[in-house]
Design a binder for this molecule. Structure first.
Ligand code: DGL
Length: 264
């Protein structure tokens, strides 16, 4: 089934998930929406996140997508269950896969969750992890400065290093051996985060496990694509130039089809 898979995020963060999907499922076509003009979602009220996420979903509906990936933790925490119930196609989020990957990884059962204010407040990772193993200790840290760093393309800068060390300092006094990047923007800061946490801590992003989940659902439902040359499309509500510079850097592809859209 060669219909596209929709991938949505508040900005460029979901590209970290899309990249894994392109790697694991190279025949699938991805239609990506990044609501860059209204990013970040993290500090917004749940009602607003819900409305914006539905707008991205409705936008992609016109392209007859066969599946939707909510590649944003903040949106997953607020509205995944509702969109899943109401859409006639499979819909997946990124929190369950991230939690699953961390549970597999931890040896001492002390897991840190880095996320936006919204994701941390929602307690969604705690719920997902404790539902599987209630003996795990969780250390949530809100990192409100990380998303603006990524969206402005400063994710390799000395300033990024400073902000990461300042934000993660409280973790140095804990026994955590596993750190979940509970926001899809954070994998762009992964080298700096991993360096700060040191070799004893594993850093987990949800992209890999999410892509595996997508693959399993498509296979189970006999919906896999056979297209040898999928043509991905990217839609942003913000500047196509800034989107292009981050997307081409991250995906290693200079020939991207990016279009500016309005959602509201
Ligand atoms: N990439 C998003 C997430 O995973 C959104 C961050 C934001 O817009 O604040 O939570």
């Amino acid at each position: 089934m060669n219909r596209p898979i929709g991938v949505i995020d508040s900005g460029v963060g979901g590209l970290t998930v899309a990249k894994e999907m392109m790697r694991q499922l190279p025949k699938e076509t991805i239609y990506y929406v990044g609501d860059t003009a209204r990013c970040p979602y993290g500090p917004r009220l749940p009602g607003e996140v819900r409305k914006f996420t539905w707008e991205m979903t409705r936008f992609l509906e016109r392209y007859d997508m066969k599946m939707l990936v909510i590649a944003c933790n903040t949106a997953t925490a607020v509205v995944l269950d509702e969109i899943k119930r109401e859409m006639p196609i499979p819909v997946v989020g990124v929190i369950q896969p991230g939690a699953r990957a961390a549970i597999k990884q931890t040896k001492n059962r002390h897991i840190a969750v880095l996320g936006t204010i919204g994701t941390v407040k929602s307690g969604a990772y705690e719920k997902a992890i404790k539902a599987t193993d209630s003996s795990i200790d969780i250390y949530p840290i809100a990192c409100p400065d990380f998303v603006p760093l990524v969206e402005s393309g400063e994710y390799r800068s000395p300033r990024a290093k400073q902000i990461v060390s300042r934000t993660l300092e409280p973790l140095k006094k804990t026994p955590v051996d596993t750190v979940i990047l509970g926001c899809t923007h954070y994998p762009l800061l992964e080298p700096i985060i991993a360096d700060y946490m040191g070799a004893d801590a594993s850093v987990i992003s949800s992209g890999d496990e999410t892509a595996r989940g997508v693959s399993a659902i498509l296979e189970f439902n006999e919906m896999l694509s056979e297209n040898e040359r999928p043509e991905h499309r990217f839609f942003t509500t913000g500047s196509t130039n800034s989107f292009y510079s981050i997307a081409s850097d991250w995906l290693g592809d200079l020939d991207l089809n990016i279009k500016k859209i309005q959602l509201a």
